[in-house]
Design a protein around this ligand. Structure first.
Ligand SMILES: O=C(O)CCC(=O)C(=O)O
Ligand SMILES: [Fe+2]
Length: 294
């Protein structure tokens, strides 16, 4: 099956060898630069759409960076890669040739850290203003690019085929997606067979794509290797005139403009930062914390 058929039938698709090794190596080097920059901050830091999710890990007793958003604003490799021609190639059959970009996130899973899993959820949960977007079912594609080898042991993504047709299932409510603990029990409550969850095994340069309704999550990293994952979310430009950065216009890559657009951070205009968030991930302070997701 080609990726378009897979995506439509299963709600996800894997594109092996999406990027060649030289591009992967460039991205891995960029991730190292970004992480070094992030760890200059004592806690979570935001400047417009750029976010470094930094906290002191309760097991490692040292600072870790779990996510970095929109690093295309601070790193030329990241900026070029968000509109790499391969993205257009795989997105055009699904979204056309006018495409906007809504989420750009690096996710790390530092070995030995406490919070390296993502509870099962559907990304529609994180669209705070769905009315601003047209076609939430077929107009959106989230992509996750594996930048190192990943499987169940180091926390690769899991997806549940067919859930893209089931509407919002309500999994993962009542706790944050990165800290709330396993929610496997909710699968059964939602009428799903836990064995239906597919654990992906990805090589460096492989890409997985999923919809806003595809149920997914990922297990913790139990190895001494990190898991390097680069997420980018795209949608049909015509569906959201007021949100998102252009990625491709009329089939041509579009660099970032002079100033950031509102993407997922709706408070961009009123509260652009830079500022630090009070990001204490100790057990006591976690209640009520909202993690930022694509
Ligand atoms: O990084 C992962 O494994 C999953 C991330 C995810 O699903 C999300 O951020 O919405
Ligand atoms: Fe997600």
């Amino acid at each position: 099956m080609d990726h378009v058929t897979q995506f439509r039938e299963n709600g996800y698709a894997v594109v092996h060898n999406f990027l060649p090794p030289e591009d992967v190596a460039e991205l891995v080097a960029a991730l190292d630069r970004v992480k070094a920059e992030a760890l200059k901050h004592h806690t979570t830091y935001r400047d417009h759409n750029v976010l470094f999710e930094v906290h002191t890990d309760p097991l490692l007793n040292e600072r870790v960076c779990l996510q970095a958003h929109w690093t295309c604003w601070i790193d030329a490799t990241m900026e070029a890669m968000r509109r790499h021609p391969r993205y257009l190639e795989i997105l055009e059959p699904l979204l056309g040739c006018d495409i906007k970009h809504y989420a750009n996130q690096i996710h790390w899973k530092p070995p030995g850290a406490k919070y390296t899993y993502y509870r099962y959820h559907q990304d529609i949960k994180f669209r705070s203003r769905p009315e601003l977007f047209g076609d939430l079912d077929t107009g959106w594609v989230t992509t996750g690019l594996a930048l190192n080898r990943q499987g169940g042991d180091n926390g690769a993504l899991c997806v549940y085929p067919g859930t893209h047709r089931m509407g919002y299932l309500g999994l993962g409510e009542g706790a944050t997606v990165m800290t709330g603990g396993s929610n496997e029990d909710e699968l059964v409550k939602a009428g799903l067979d836990p064995d239906g969850m597919v654990q992906l095994e990805l090589e460096p340069g492989d890409l997985v794509m999923w919809t806003l309704h595809t149920l997914h999550g990922s297990p913790p990293n139990t190895t001494d290797r990190d898991r390097l994952f680069l997420l980018n979310s795209y949608a049909r430009a015509a569906d959201s005139p007021t949100r998102g950065e252009w990625a491709f216009r009329d089939g041509q890559p579009v660099p970032l403009g002079a100033t950031p657009e509102i993407c997922k951070y709706e408070e961009l205009l009123e509260n652009p930062g830079p500022f630090y968030a009070d990001d204490d991930w100790s057990e006591e302070s976690l209640a009520g914390r909202i993690a930022s997701n694509p």
